[in-house]
Design a protein. Structure first.
Length: 284
């Protein structure tokens, strides 16, 4: 396995890494992986070459994030970008990399909040198609999912305050009414909706860890170029258990899944957030 893009390898070594990734992703043997790679080059030319040897041989074999976490990042971004064909493929990859179907479904909720309901609703159909294919069912077979809890605003506020305490490492107000008032004072009704829906209902659900929720949100914000929000959610990711290396690796993944401009902006925003944390710590 590669130790990173900066590692010096010859082409054959990069090819071997790419084939190992492809075998895991597609669930195929070595000969089949070689045939897939050759077919990609015949069909897509240089684009196919780079899809195999830059995306898989340079990116997916890096150890800074697990394959499972890389799938979580990529599926989140493809949902947010409404990249339907690629999403169906990568949902299947995510299952092979160890993501539970319940966890993949949970990503849809964050996409609804951070990229909009139209993107999430469109993504549901592709997630279903991927699950159906894995199960040997028709692509359009209907799947049922459990509804969310029906909770009153008082419970939404309590859960939101708990999420925001972990996200901010205790800097948010412990009292739900005070924390809600602070959000409303800053953002008006947008703040109220963010507090009660995004934090009180989505972030508080147990189907996905807060660490993984932060990983999803940081990836989506980077892909959408939301640097101001990254200034909030990068520290939040650290508070939820992500390492600095893992967060920076999200930006490396963005280079080939959202484009270098998004990756550059995301890395600069991430490092600015780290620098602010370090400056605060230096002041004691």
């Amino acid at each position: 396995m590669s130790d990173g893009v900066a590692t010096t390898r010859n082409w054959a070594e990069r090819h071997d890494d790419a084939m190992e990734v492809l075998r895991t992703m597609a669930g195929v043997d070595g000969d089949t992986a070689e045939r897939i790679a050759a077919g990609m080059e015949r069909r897509f030319g240089a684009l196919g070459t780079f899809a195999m040897h830059a995306v898989m041989g340079d990116l997916w074999c890096r150890p800074e994030l697990s394959r499972r976490d890389r799938s979580l990042v990529v599926v989140s971004v493809l949902m947010a970008q409404a990249r339907d064909e690629e999403l169906e493929l990568h949902v299947a990859n995510a299952v092979r990399h160890g993501m539970a179907r319940e966890e993949i479904d949970e990503l849809l909720l964050h996409v609804a909040a951070y990229a909009g309901f139209p993107a999430a609703m469109s993504s549901v159909r592709k997630v279903d198609a991927a699950f159906n294919k894995l199960d040997g069912l028709p692509a359009d077979a209907r799947r049922e999912r459990p509804a969310a809890e029906h909770i009153d605003d008082a419970e939404r506020d309590r859960r939101a305050a708990d999420v925001r305490r972990t996200l901010t490492a205790g800097r948010a107000a412990a009292d739900p009414a005070t924390d809600m008032a602070n959000m409303v004072g800053l953002l008006g009704d947008v703040g109220a909706l963010a507090f009660r829906f995004a934090f009180g209902e989505i972030w508080s659900r147990p189907q996905l860890s807060r660490r993984d929720r932060s990983l999803c949100v940081i990836a989506v914000l980077a892909a959408l170029g939301q640097d101001h929000e990254l200034a909030i959610h990068v520290p939040g990711g650290l508070h939820h258990g992500l390492s600095r290396t893992e967060i920076e690796e999200v930006m490396v993944q963005m280079a080939l899944y959202a484009g270098f401009p998004r990756a550059v902006d995301g890395m600069l925003a991430t490092r600015a957030a780290f620098a602010k944390i370090d400056a605060r710590a230096a002041k004691g």
